[in-house]
Design a protein around this ligand. Structure first.
Ligand SMILES: NC(=O)c1ccc[n+]([C@@H]2O[C@H](COP(=O)([O-])OP(=O)(O)OC[C@H]3O[C@@H](n4cnc5c(N)ncnc54)[C@H](OP(=O)(O)O)[C@@H]3O)[C@@H](O)[C@H]2O)c1
Length: 332
């Protein structure tokens, strides 16, 4: 197949490119040439700006366009409209953040709505903007459109400091602080996601699909991390109260911790995608691959380390939390 990927050089897009090339497809990337310049010489590269300069896409045809990194409907509309008669299918990467409540949400659960339809503030309206982007794809493509709703994505090239931040903290000897061991975690490896998206195109799936793994306990994630890093680690499990008391940011800061009342983020319904035969690599392999990439490249990237240092739990704060936990428990 001839495949167009709008973006394709940061994280999710890279896995799409690699999955498509591995399956023998011909791949064209369209981006500004800023991120990951020089990657994938075996693909065709078209330079432009998806917001206002799509000239390089004009007069061409592809079997499918993948749009892994669209956040604003006005901008997704530009490529979706332009490619309407030039591509067979349009695949948009959305998010499970589209749901008002993702707890056991299947694809028909209520979706977020923009309270201010003119706003393009992605940080503030991420989920509702993703809904609006999906609507653009559905309106233009109908049954030729596929909207993928991933959960928390992990894997090599990760540009979000969640698993990278957790692995950075765990890739050393010492005592680590964690929330409750039984809290559920629901993640997907970006390459499993990309491989399923390639198959979905061949199978002709359309409409929305939640795309993430089955939930499993935090203890399983952390035990696997300790096994893979091979460090001399002791984990002290605590509770929501301690993490809240220390203003820990859910999901991002202590690696996928969410307070009990928000555990629905980790319990999205995945029956539809698993019914298609979706398979995942084992957790140990996911962690091994991600850690190998971090040790080789990720921990050397200034951009990623800046994000880890500003958003993930620092060793100083972790030490404070452990001291506070022990003090409380010694006194009780
Ligand atoms: N991380 C998670 O846990 C999670 C969970 C659910 C959903 N998601 C979704 O997953 C996706 C992740 O995207 P990604 O960043 O990994 O995708 P990506 O395709 O790997 O990277 C973004 C691409 O967009 C290009 N780009 C940026 N601005 C552009 C512009 N104005 N014109 C043309 N190209 C432009 C960048 O290249 P240049 O800079 O060179 O232009 C880059 O190639 C997002 O849609 C996110 O909402 C993530």
């Amino acid at each position: 197949m001839d495949i167009l990927i709008i973006g394709g050089t940061q994280f999710v897009g890279r896995h799409l490119v690699e999955s498509a090339l591995a399956a023998g497809h011909r791949v064209t990337l369209f981006n500004r040439g800023k991120t990951g310049a020089g990657l994938y010489p075996e693909a065709e590269h078209l330079i432009g700006d998806r917001d206002g300069n799509l000239d390089a896409l004009k007069g061409r045809k592809w079997d499918v366009a993948f749009d892994p990194a669209g956040y604003v409907p006005r901008i997704v509309q530009q490529s979706a409209e332009l490619l309407k008669d030039a591509v067979g299918r349009y695949v948009y990467v959305s998010s499970i953040s589209v749901y008002v409540d993702s707890d056991n949400a299947d694809e028909n659960a209520p979706l977020n709505v923009m309270d201010d339809p003119t706003s393009e503030d992605i940080a503030k309206h991420y989920g509702a903007l993703k809904v609006a982007c999906e609507n653009v794809v559905t309106e233009i493509y109908g049954e030729r459109g596929l909207n993928i709703r991933p959960g928390f994505i992990i894997g090599p090239y990760d540009s979000v400091p969640r698993l990278p931040g957790l692995l950075w903290r765990y890739d050393r000897d010492g005592e680590r602080v964690a929330g409750p061991p039984e809290q559920l975690v629901q993640i997907i490896h970006a390459r499993d996601m990309a491989d399923w998206m390639m198959k979905a195109i061949e199978a002709g799936y359309h409409g929305p699909y939640n795309l993430t793994g089955h939930p499993f306990p935090m203890r399983t994630l952390l035990d696997t991390i300790v096994e893979v890093t091979g460090q001399n680690t002791r984990i002290t499990y605590t509770n929501d109260e301690l993490l809240k008391m220390h203003d820990i940011q859910p999901v991002d800061s202590v690696g996928y911790w969410v307070p009990h009342e928000n555990e629905g983020y980790m319990r999205c319904n995945v029956d539809k995608v698993f019914a298609t035969g979706f398979t995942e690599r084992p957790l140990k392999q996911m962690i091994t691959e991600t850690l190998a990439w971090l040790r080789k490249d990720g921990f050397k990237s200034e951009a990623l380390m800046e994000k880890i240092q500003s958003r993930a739990l620092t060793l100083e704060k972790e030490a404070e939390m452990l001291t506070a936990w022990k003090k409380e428990h010694e006194n009780s």
